[in-house]
Ligand binder design. Structure first.
Ligand code: ZN
Length: 361
């Protein structure tokens, strides 16, 4: 049983100034005798990284449990208290037994078409096997399955859909039958219509979204995790491939050039947007809060950018969003108003997870 805590200040998202108490891992607004006083600040529900790869880093997927633990701690100490693991080679369910590590919602392992993803990360399979693999990962994950929906097709020399329409339809239906949601890596335009027609639940990256696909997402309440910081890397991906695949390189540069307009168009249309850093592989862990700031820099109002990486994302993933009476005590205390400057999220005085201070300065 952890010690009782008290913290005072403006509680987000509702913005009321209150004394907040923590007892037995939960929030209460009834004073608790003897609670340790953490002082004052802005009190923000735990940050969410909705696209993260625990156990994958710059070395690829060839890491061990110690690396996964390290990634979990780096993310936690940056204020990310809930992760949707968007595909990992490793089974990290052991993290669930560690009260000091972030909560993790898993997608299982990526499912990709043969030779159509970063080597070593995914189950690489062919369309007739897709339903079986989706069912397998739906059972191994925590209610999500991750597909790779497009990648460079070396014969075409450009991005192309990875799966035939019928395979996508059957795969998503199979996941839904098992109660799992499906999220899909999509960089370009072409793979989107089949996925949306099959009622995919979430689009990752989505740099090829346009008016029609955005309208369909709004209508179907399809979620969108732009991974804006990863979209910034598209010119690098283009440069690496330019000599052999000039059409692909041009396509990636075009997607990059309009990425801010694309994300803002989805936001303004009302697509539910959530923050994901895409940490693991190319991008470093512990950058969930940077993604929030990046969406803010795109022009998304600070309240909505922060909500996309905090209370709204928590609710979307099935956790308590706002810090209401009895909700899980997962929060950050920051010394100045994060809605005035999202960079304040990088200066937490205390990080509280499951009612215990896990990081302080
Ligand atoms: Zn990813």
């Amino acid at each position: 049983m952890s010690e009782a805590l008290k913290v005072s200040g403006v509680v987000l998202p509702d913005g009321r100034r209150r004394d907040v108490y923590v007892r037995d891992g939960a929030i209460t607004y009834e004073p608790v005798d003897g609670a340790r006083d953490l002082g004052e600040g802005w009190i923000v529900p735990g940050l969410v990284d909705a696209h993260c790869h625990i156990g994958i880093d710059a070395r690829g997927g060839e890491t061990d449990a110690a690396s996964a633990e390290e990634h979990a701690i780096v993310n936690r100490d940056a204020g990310t208290l809930l992760v949707r693991d968007c595909g990992s080679v490793h089974d990290t369910h052991w993290i669930d037994d560690r009260a000091d590590l972030p909560r993790v919602v898993r997608c299982g392992r990526h499912i990709a078409r043969t030779r159509r993803y970063i080597r070593g990360f995914a189950h690489e399979i062919e369309p007739p096997e897709l339903v079986t693999y989706v069912q397998q990962e739906a059972r191994r994950g925590d209610g999500w399955v991750k597909l790779v929906g497009d990648w460079i097709d070396r014969e075409i020399g450009d991005l192309a859909p990875a799966w035939p329409r019928v395979a996508i339809r059957d795969a998503i239906a199979a996941a839904h039958d098992l109660g799992a949601r499906v999220t899909v890596h999509v960089f370009g335009e072409q793979a989107l219509p089949d996925l949306l027609d099959a009622r995919v639940d979430c689009i990752e990256h989505g740099a090829g979204l346009g008016q029609e696909t955005i309208a369909q997402m709004v209508e179907q309440r399809t979620a969108y995790v732009p991974t804006a910081l990863q979209l910034n890397n598209f010119p690098d991906f283009a440069a690496q491939a330019a000599a052999k695949f000039p059409a692909y390189a041009k396509h990636m540069r075009d997607l990059h050039a309009r990425r801010k307009d694309t994300v803002l168009a989805a936001y303004e249309a009302g697509v539910p947007i959530y923050c994901g850093s895409d940490a693991g592989g190319v991008r470093p862990h512990g950058t969930g809060r940077d993604e929030i700031a990046e969406l803010g820099a795109y022009g998304i109002p600070a309240f909505d950018a922060l909500g996309a990486g905090s209370w709204r994302a928590r609710e979307w993933l099935g956790f308590d969003g706002a810090l209401t009476e009895g909700s899980a005590a997962d929060f950050l205390v920051v010394p100045r108003d994060p809605l005035a400057d999202l960079a304040a999220l990088a200066e937490p005085s205390h990080i509280v997870l499951r009612g215990a201070v896990v990081s302080a300065r």
